[in-house]
Structure formats: C-alpha cells, structure tokens
Design a protein around this ligand. Structure first.
Ligand code: SAH
Length: 389
C-alpha cells in the first residue's frame, strides 16, 4: 500500500550533489541545498514552513514537491542499562529495529540496512526471519535523524537524561554535546548486499553539511561480501568490521554460509586492501563466542595465526540467545582465556560488553517483523540474486 506522500521526494535520501540538482530543478541556486541541509541535519527541522531564511515561494514549492520523512515509530523500549530500542515501520506489514547504546564517553546508534537478511548465519535471529527488502537511503539516514530527534540532540532548550551512564550536556560553547556520536551498521541486514542505498547514506553521515560524523565514528559491519568490500574501498572510507566467527573455512562455512562463496583467505585479502586503500587503522573482526563450537584455546591460536602481523583487532561477542537456537553462550572464563590466547599470539582482542539484553536489543537479537518474505534463506547463493549493485 502506497501512502499519499510517496510521490514527494524524501530529502533524507539525497546526498548533497543530488539535493543540489533537485533544488536546481526547482529553479533555485545550489547554495539553497546547503541551507536546506543546515536546517535538516544541524537543526533537525522537518517542516519547510519553519525554515525562515528560505524564500516563501521556495518553501511553498518544497512543501508540494518534497518531504522530510523518517521511518514511523511503532514501539520504543528502554533497558535498565539505558539502551533504547525502536521498532520502526517500513511499510504496512514490515518492521525493522534500531538501537541506541549510551556510554560515558559516547552514544552509539546501531542502525539497520535491510528488512530481514538473506545470509542465513546459523546463530543470528534476524536470519531466522528471511529477507524482505532493502531499506532505501532515506530509511537508513532517517533512522539517524529520528534518533537524534528522539534523544533531544537537536533541541537547544531542553536537556534530556538518557540513562544512568550518559546525559548530553551543554558544552562551554553553548552547543549541546552529541547524543549520537557513533553510528554502526550492525542492525538488521547485510549492508553490502544493499550497496546502492547504503553508500549514499554513508555520504550523508560523513558530509560536513550532513551529520558531519568523523569516518572513524561510522562503522560498517559485513559478513564478508568480498567483491563489495573492494567496491566500498573505492567509494568511502568508513571503519570496517567483519563478522569472522571461525578460524577455518570448514567451521566458518557452517556458521556464515557466504564463506562457501568467499573463503577466509579471499576475505582477509579484501580487508587488507581496504585498509591500504583507505589509510585506515585496522579492521575489527567480530567473533561470536558459541559454547563448545568455536571457543577453544586451539581455535584462538589458529585465529591468531591468521591475523597476527596484520592491521586487525578482534572483538569477542558473547553469544546472545534467542528462542529456538541450538547454540549456547561460552562461559566468561572461556571467553577470557580465548582473549588471552589471542593477545599471546600477537593480536589485539577485547570482549564486547553485552547491552540491552532485557529488551532483546543485543547483537543478533534484532527481529523486527518480516511478514512477507520475498526471498528466504539465500545463504551462499546471495551473489547475483539479491545483491544490489
Ligand atoms: N550482516 C552484518 C551486520 C549485522 S550483525 C554482519 O554480519 O556483520 C552485527 C553483528 O552481530 C555481527 O557480527 C553478527 O555476526 C553478530 N551476531 C549475530 N547474531 C548474534 C548473536 N545471536 N549473538 C551475538 N552476536 C551476534
């Protein structure tokens, strides 16, 4: 079902050059695009009528031809630890999730790139639902815009306390500190399978006239779509995280089926290329700790041999269970031993603190709601079928 506004251009989907063309089509000068971006991304204004330094007839034209429309909020949940999760509507029956994780020194927003996911990783709850569709650029950017609004980051007169460990304060300059200081594409979906919409969204996140985030504060996490990692290196320079989860192909192919198409050696080569090309610091390898599956000291040593000497760090994620899963979480001493083996083997390793568990907002627990599965469980067959170029 299309709603009545859908013929208007949603400006949240337009990076600066495209917004300039849009404005030019309306007969205005390109600098109007920068003014518009200032209202949208710096002030959080969603109503053209309130954009007081734009000519009245331009505002009237915009009201007819354009809109600033973030995803609609279906439900908000708050965790005891301050984490917040929003269920957002994609269209009449489909929903997806985003999560805000406040910490003392930063606020991380975890956003989705697809409704569901086609990659079929065996330990991930999103995979259980199958795949429905790619999110649009406006829906990806709209999550960040919406979160900043909901967290009170745009407002100049009210200060909202976000949780025990984080409260945005006014700095000495009078400007509010950022509630959302970091954005990670680690919600629902495989961002590199939605390349066409994700890359323009990254541009808006990084643009000085957009959200103006530093490239080190925007992280894209992928299960390992090798050709798209090379393409990404040519297009942007955000931080890269890769879901590795196993130290050998046999086990990785079982956990992350895309590995059958792009094995570990190829994947690592693409990662080192990305770092070289982007003058990046290191790739973060995510490794979910599954009890008795991938968590032995011998497997840690095997992993260290793969990564030592390369620009890599490992983030160990305690497995977050969900109904029906066959996996269990490795006990903390096992995770610590694994970390210590990695460090002994010359690889930087940390253990990810699990947040928002009481509201199912932790890694791999984002479920949303995929009712109409247009594609289900593509797994290793995804290339050439559902990957948008
Ligand atoms: N598709 C992308 C991004 C989404 S997942 C990717 O695969 O990287 C974000 C991270 O959560 C990934 O590292 C993923 O492997 C991990 N994850 C998935 N299910 C999990 C679970 N049940 N417990 C802990 N981490 C999980």
């Amino acid at each position: 079902m299309n709603d009545s506004l859908s013929c208007r251009e949603n400006l949240l989907g337009l990076p600066r050059p495209q917004l300039e063309s849009f404005v030019a089509d309306l007969g205005s000068k390109p600098f109007r695009a920068r003014q518009l971006m200032n209202w949208i991304y710096k002030r959080g204004e969603g109503d053209f009528a309130s954009m007081s330094d734009l000519a009245k007839d331009f505002r009237a034209q915009l009201a007819v031809r354009a809109e600033i429309r973030p995803p609609e909020v279906v439900k908000v949940q708050s965790s005891a630890d301050g984490t917040r999760k929003w269920l957002l509507r994609a269209d009449s029956s489909q929903a997806f999730e985003m999560v805000f994780i406040p910490e003392t020194d930063r606020g991380t927003l975890c956003i989705s790139s697809q409704v569901g996911c086609a990659l079929d990783c065996s330990f991930c709850s999103t995979a259980q639902q199958g795949f429905n569709r790619n999110l649009t650029t406006a829906e990806i950017v709209g999550q960040v815009w919406l979160a900043k609004r909901e967290l009170g980051e745009f407002s100049t007169d009210s200060v909202e306390v976000l949780g025990d460990s984080h409260s945005p304060r006014s700095g000495s300059s009078g400007l509010r500190e950022r509630a959302v200081s970091n954005v990670v594409l680690m919600g629902m979906g495989e961002p590199l399978a939605n390349f066409r919409n994700v890359v323009p969204a990254l541009r808006i996140l990084l643009d000085d006239f957009g959200f103006d985030l530093s490239r080190r504060r925007v992280t894209l996490s992928t299960s390992g779509l090798v050709p798209q990692i090379y393409k990404l290196a040519a297009e942007t320079n955000v931080a890269l995280a890769v879901s590795l989860h196993a130290p050998n192909d046999e086990l990785r192919s079982e956990l992350v089926p895309i590995n059958r198409k792009h094995p570990i050696a190829e994947l690592l080569e693409a990662c080192w290329h990305y770092i070289d090309e982007q003058n990046g610091r290191s790739v973060t390898f995510e490794y979910v700790m599954l009890d008795g599956v991938n968590d032995s000291p011998a497997q840690a040593r095997q992993l260290a041999r793969l990564l030592a000497g390369h620009p890599a760090k490992v983030n160990l994620i305690p497995f977050n269970p969900f109904p029906g899963t066959r996996y269990g979480r490795s006990p903390l001493p096992v995770i610590q031993r694994f970390r210590d083996e990695l460090i002994k083997g010359g690889v930087l390793a940390t253990i990810r603190k699990t947040r928002g568990e009481d509201i199912d907002a932790a890694c791999g627990q984002l479920a949303g709601k995929v009712i109409d599965r247009t594609t289900v469980r593509l797994g290793s067959k995804i290339i050439g079928v559902a990957v948008s170029q």
